[in-house]
Design a protein around this ligand. Structure first.
Ligand code: ADP
Ligand code: TPW
Ligand code: MG
Length: 588
C-alpha cells in the first residue's frame, strides 16, 4: 500500500487525508521500481530513510557517503535502473558528489538525492546549518541537476531524474531537496495524482540502414578483423546478441575489463591473451560500447601498429563519441543491442569470415602466452607473490563462476584482470574509466544487495584503505562478501625508502604486516591471515562456501609489485629528477 493510500485508510482527522514531501518522494521512487536506497542519515534526511524503511524499501546505511554513492552507481550498472544515493547537505553532499562524477564518467546511471538548507538563507549567504549552493556545485559533475521547491513537483522531478540518468548515454543525476520541502503537506489524493510513472525510460535507438550497410562494407574488406567489447555493452545486457555476432562473424574479440564475461574469457575466439598482437596487427576493429580513450592509448601510437593502418566501426549510443580520438569509418549510433541485431541480419550472404591465417596467428600467440602464464601461477615462492595468490583465486572463480569479482589496486588490479577468468556477464566490477581507488566496498555491497550473489573483492591494501570502514556495513547487513586484501605493505610496493634519508617512512609504504583481518573480526565477521597459496586456498574455500562476511589478509611479497602496475609509463618524467635522485633512474 502506498504511503498516501495508507494515510487515507487511517482514522478521520486532517493528517489522515494528507500526504507530505517525504512520502511523495518515497511513493515516486517506488512507483518507478526503485526499491533500494544507499544512504547516510542526518538532518534533513534522517526521517526520510526511516520512512522509506517504513514503506518497505531497502535502505542500506553506510559509514561514508562516497561508498553509498559508489554502491548506487554500481547498482545502476548492474540493473540499468538508476541506483539512488541519499545524503545530508554540504559535507555529505560533497562526499556523495565524487561518486556522481565517477558514475557520469563511467556512463552509469545513478541519482544523488541530497537534503539542502533553506534557499533564502543560502542565497543571501547568511550562514545556515551546512550551507552550500549545492545545485550550482553539482552541475559540472553530472549529466543533469534539478532542485525541488514544492512537494507537488516531486513526481515530475523524480521522473525527470530517472529519464536523464538512463536515456541516451547514462550518467549521474543530482536532485536537490531543501529540507523544508520534505515537510510540506498536501491532500493525499491530489498528491497521488502528481506522481509520474516513466514510460520507456531508455528507448531503444536503432542505427539507420545506411549506417549498417556502411559497416558491412568495411567488414567485408577486413583481412585481420577484431571486435573490442566495452562496459557499455555489458550495461546494455544484450548478451545473446553479442555472442551471436561474435560467433557468426568468427572475429577474435577483446573484452575491456568490465566486459569480461559477456562471452566467457575461455571462449575460443577470446583474444585477451594475444592483446598486443591483435591491437597492433588488426586492420578492421569493431568497437562495441567502448570508448577509444586512454585505456586504449587513444587508438594511436605503437600499440596500434602502422599509423592509418586501421578502420574502425563503432557502436555507441552517444553520437558525439564518434571521431573523438581517431576517424571512425563506420559509425553505428544506437544501443548495442539494436546495432548488433542489425549487423547480424545484414551479414547474411556477404561472405564475412576472417582468413584462417589471421585466426591461426591469434590462436598460436594466445596459446603460447597462456602456457607461460600458467607456470607462473603455480609457483610456491615465499613470500607469496601476486601470481601465486591469483592462481588460487582464478581457480576459486572457475569453480564458482556465479561469484561476482570486485577488483581494485594497481598491481592487484592489473594482474587480476589478466589472470582471473570471468565466465558470466557483469560479474566483474572494478575501478572503471577513472581508475578510482576506494570503489571496492561500495561495489561489493551493491553487487551483493542487487543480485543476492556471493562477492569476492580482491583489493590492494591501499585501495582497501580508501573504503575499509564499510566492512562494518558488510557485517551489519550480513552480506555474502569475501574481501581478499593483497597486503604488500604499500602502494605498488612495500619496500620503498625515504629519498631524503630521514626517519619518516617512504610516501608509498604502510605499517608492515598490518592486520586488516582484525578489522573484519572487530565487527563480527571472519578474519584470516594467510601467507601461502595453500592457506589462501583454504580460507577462500571456507569463505565462499559459508557466505559469511570474511576478510582474508593475504601477505604478498613487498618487492613483487611494479610502480603504478601496468601504467608506469603515465608518470611524468623529468631529467632534473633523474639527476637529483639516483633511485629515480631505476624506477620502472
Ligand atoms: P570501457 O571502459 O569498457 O572501454 P567505456 O566506458 O569507455 O567502456 O565506453 C562505454 C561506452 O558505451 C560509452 O561511450 C557509452 O556512451 C556507451 N554506451 C553506454 N550504454 C550504451 C548502450 N546501451 N548502447 C550503446 N552504447 C552504450
Ligand atoms: C581516489 C592513485 C592508483 S593505484 C593506488 C593509488 C593510491 C594504490 C595502489 O596500491 P594498492 O595495490 O592498492 O595497494 P598494489 O597491489 O599495487 O600495491 N586516489 C584515488 N584514486 C587513485 N587512483 C589514486 C589515488 C592510486
Ligand atoms: Mg599494495
Amino acid at each position: 500500500m502506498s504511503a498516501t493510500a495508507q494515510a487515507l485508510s487511517g482514522e478521520a482527522g486532517e493528517a489522515d487525508t494528507m500526504t507530505d514531501g517525504f512520502h511523495l518522494l518515497i511513493d515516486a521512487l517506488k512507483l518507478n521500481g526503485i526499491e533500494t536506497i544507499y544512504n547516510v542519515p542526518g538532518i534533513p534526511i534522517t526521517d526520510l530513510g526511516r520512512y522509506a524503511q517504513g514503506q518497505g524499501m531497502r535502505v542500506i546505511s553506510f559509514r561514508h557517503e562516497q561508498h553509498a554513492g559508489y554502491a548506487a552507481s554500481v547498482a545502476g550498472f548492474l540493473t540499468k535502473m538508476p541506483g539512488v544515493c541519499m545524503t545530508v547537505s554540504a559535507p555529505g553532499f560533497l562526499n556523495g558528489l565524487t561518486a556522481v562524477a565517477n558514475a557520469t564518467t563511467n556512463c552509469w546511471p545513478m541519482i544523488l538525492i541530497s537534503g539542502s538548507s533553506e534557499r533564502e538563507i543560502v542565497d543571501l549567504a547568511q550562514g545556515d546549518y551546512e550551507e552550500m549552493d549545492q545545485l550550482a556545485i553539482a552541475r559540472p559533475f553530472c549529466k543533469a541537476a534539478y532542485r525541488l521547491t514544492y512537494a507537488q513537483d516531486i513526481g515530475i522531478a523524480v521522473a525527470r531524474a530517472i529519464r536523464s540518468a538512463v536515456s541516451g548515454r547514462p550518467g549521474g543525476v543530482y536532485l536537490d531537496i531543501p529540507g523544508a520541502m520534505l515537510g510540506q503537506v498536501m491532500d493525499a489524493v491530489e498528491g497521488q495524482k502528481t506522481l509520474v510513472k516513466v514510460i520507456d525510460p531508455a528507448p531503444r535507438m536503432r542505427p539507420s540502414d545506411e549506417a549498417v550497410a556502411r559497416a558491412i562494407g568495411v567488414m567485408k574488406e577486413a583481412k585481420r578483423p577484431l571486435i573490442v567489447i566495452g562496459k557499455g555493452a555489458a550495461y546494455d545486457q544484450s548478451d545473446d546478441l553479442i555472442r551471436q555476432l561474435v560467433e557468426k562473424s568468427g572475429y577474435p574479440f577483446l573484452p575491456m575489463s568490465m566486459a569480461k564475461g559477456i562471452l566467457p574469457d575461455t571462449h575460443p575466439q577470446c583474444a585477451s591473451a594475444a592483446r598486443s598482437l591483435v591491437l597492433k596487427e588488426s586492420d578492421v576493429v569493431i568497437m562495441m560500447g567502448a570508448r577509444i580513450n586512454w585505456l586504449l592509448s587513444h587508438g594511436k601510437g605503437k600499440q596500434w601498429g602502422e599509423p592509418g593502418g586501421k578502420r574502425f566501426v563503432q557502436m555507441d549510443i552517444e553520437p558525439e563519441e564518434m571521431d573523438s580520438n581517431v576517424e571512425i569509418a563506420a559509425p553505428l549510433v544506437g544501443d548495442v543491442g539494436s546495432c548488433t541485431e542489425a549487423l547480424i541480419a545484414a551479414m547474411d550472404g556477404e561472405g564475412i569470415s576472417p582468413p584462417k591465417e589471421w585466426l591461426d596467428q591469434v590462436h598460436t600467440k594466445a596459446e603460447a602466452n597462456m602456457q607461460k602464464m600458467s607456470t607462473r601461477l603455480q609457483n610456491n615462492n615465499h613470500p607469496m607473490d601476486y601470481h601465486a595468490a591469483l592462481g588460487v583465486l582464478k581457480q576459486a572463480i572457475n569453480d564458482r563462476p556465479d561469484t561476482i569479482l570486485v577488483n581494485e589496486g594497481a598491481n592487484t588490479l592489473d594482474l587480476a584482470r589478466s589472470i582471473v577468468n570471468i565466465h558470466k556477464p557483469r560479474h566483474r566490477i572494478d575501478v572503471g574509466t577513472w581508475g578510482v581507488m576506494g570503489i571496492g566496498m561500495g561495489a561489493a555491497i551493491a553487487a551483493a544487495v542487487e543480485t543476492g550473489k556471493q562477492v569476492l573483492a580482491v583489493e590492494g591494501d591501499s585501495a582497501f584503505g580508501f573504503c575499509g570502514m564499510e566492512v562494518e556495513t558488510i557485517c551489519r547487513y550480513n552480506l555474502p562478501v569475501c574481501v581478499v586484501v593483497f597486503n604488500n605493505d604499500g602502494i605498488y610496493r612495500g619496500d620503498g625508502e625515504n629519498w631524503g634519508g630521514g626517519d619518516d617512512p617512504a610516501t608509498t609504504v604502510f605499517v608492515k604486516s598490518a592486520r586488516y583481518d582484525m578489522m573484519m573480526e572487530a565487527f563480527g565477521g571472519v578474519g584470516a591471515w594467510v601467507k601461502t597459496p595453500d592457506e589462501l586456498k583454504q580460507a577462500v574455500e571456507a569463505a565462499l562456501s559459508s557466505g559469511k562476511p570474511t576478510l582474508i589478509n593475504a601477505a604478498i611479497d613487498p618487492a613483487a609489485g611494479k610502480e603504478s602496475g601496468n601504467i608506469g609509463n603515465l608518470n611524468p618524467q623529468s631529467v632534473v629528477a633523474q639527476r637529483l635522485y639516483p633511485q629515480a633512474r631505476t624506477q620502472k
